[in-house]
Unconditional design. Structure first.
Length: 244
């Protein structure tokens, strides 16, 4: 991307707000921006293995769902919901091997993408980028670990409670521990939530309605929030710090 590109500074600012690029100086970002291109995906667009093998993507607006599908049955599990500043595919970046989970656009999304070989060079040569990458990788690994342990160890209502806690936006809640916003969940289908916890849509719908009736969860088309955090933590059988 050239500096003369319309909205160049906007795209660079979006990149600098990603946890992978925060703290990098403008000269470094300008050098990196030369290798990025701006892309848009329409809602429901799916990535291909070939795309992920060749390019590394940073989300600058919208949400991506990472899913894995059984090719014989069509059954799917949602591994993560990614939002602004997140990146994919981290695993292909690290091992340079084919990786079959699919990235699905949940909205009309905006992306910056760079050749994956160039991003590997940044990991080797740019200490600040590497320094950012390690905790981001650890965070993603913790999420996968939590998914596996939840599926193996807990019943459906507990898995649902833990999922909601995991996606609380720690930057948007008040001092009295109420109205904790849940990021990335607005307008998600119950089928998607069921895929995230290894359950069925009807079962998830029943437990969501129960949480609403108890005054723990409040939802509308655009916002999800936790109204009774301690009650939800009790249902999750865990402290909030344990699932961060």
């Amino acid at each position: 991307m050239k500096k003369t590109t319309p909205l160049y500074l906007h795209y660079r600012n979006k990149l600098s707000n990603s946890p992978l690029f925060e703290g990098l100086n403008n000269d470094t970002l300008d050098q990196m921006m030369q290798h990025f291109r701006y892309e848009t995906w329409r809602k429901k667009t799916q990535s291909s293995v070939q795309q992920i093998e060749k390019r590394f993507y940073i989300i600058i607006a919208g949400r991506i769902e990472i899913i894995k599908v059984n090719p014989d049955t069509g059954k799917a599990i949602a591994l993560a919901i990614l939002g602004e500043g997140d990146a994919f595919d981290v695993i292909t970046l690290l091992d340079d091997k084919e990786h079959d989970p699919i990235a699905v656009a949940l909205d009309d999304i905006q992306l910056l993408s760079a050749p994956i070989e160039m991003v590997r060079n940044w990991l080797d040569e740019n200490r600040d980028f590497n320094h950012n990458f390690m905790p981001y990788l650890a965070q993603r690994m913790r999420l996968r670990e939590s998914l596996i342990s939840d599926l193996a160890l807990y019943d459906t209502p507990t898995r649902l409670a833990r999922l909601l806690l995991r996606y609380i936006d720690s930057n948007h809640h008040n001092r009295h521990n109420e109205h904790h916003a849940i990021t990335l969940f607005h307008d998600l289908t119950h089928e998607t939530l069921a895929q995230m916890i290894g359950s069925a849509r009807q079962v998830v719908n029943k437990h969501l309605q129960a949480l609403k009736q108890e005054g723990i969860l409040k939802t509308d088309e655009h916002n999800w929030s936790i109204e009774k955090l301690e009650a939800l933590k009790e249902k999750a059988h865990i402290t909030l710090t344990d699932i961060s």
